[in-house]
Ligand binder design. Structure first.
Ligand code: ZN
Length: 177
């Protein structure tokens, strides 16, 4: 949820000519998609493997490919110029890439394979204030899950609120001038 909220805030802040429903859906979804790798657990893929949780799907390479593919999809489905598609590609790569460094702030699980597939190392930031989220909906609907939500609201709520309100005020002022 926090990944999606960060995506929507970045999507709001990003200077782009035309938004629309597909744009907002992309902003909310792209930062969340890396966690689709949890399907690997029932498939027997170990956490620590290349395709395991927080593996290749959380890398910068994956974010670049995903962002580019999403932008090209917009070229197919919306009548946008190549200039706009280039801007969208930059934004979408940034949105997808926001996931890994955010997970690196969590205090549990394995680290994030940010430089996979070139480097299989799993990384965290030195500062890890956020309680790691439990895996699976059933585990999430528990006191642990609730504590995670509160933790993420505490750490991400103020910067998101500040960013969005600053941009909103800035746009209101510059439109009036
Ligand atoms: Zn993740």
């Amino acid at each position: 949820m926090t990944h999606a909220a960060v995506g929507l805030a970045i999507g709001y802040a990003f200077p782009i000519v035309r938004r629309g429903p597909r744009y907002w859906i992309a902003c909310a979804l792209l930062p969340v998609i890396p966690d689709a790798d949890v399907v690997g657990f029932p498939l027997g893929i170990a956490y620590s493997e290349l395709l395991g949780h927080r593996g290749l799907s959380h890398s910068l390479v994956f974010a670049a490919v995903l962002g580019l593919a999403a932008a090209l999809l917009f070229r197919q489905t919306e009548n946008r110029s190549w200039r706009q598609i280039r801007h969208l590609a930059m934004l979408f790569m940034l949105l997808a890439a926001s996931h890994g460094p955010m997970d690196m702030l969590t205090n549990g699980g394995l680290g994030i394979a940010l430089f996979s597939p070139f480097d299989p190392g799993r990384y965290f930031w030195d500062w890890r204030p956020i309680l790691v989220s439990p895996i699976g909906l059933k585990n999430f609907l528990s006191p642990w899950g609730w504590a995670v939500v509160m933790d993420e609201v505490r750490w991400f709520g103020p910067p998101i609120g500040l960013l969005v309100s600053t941009i909103a005020i800035y746009r209101k002022i510059t439109r009036k001038v």
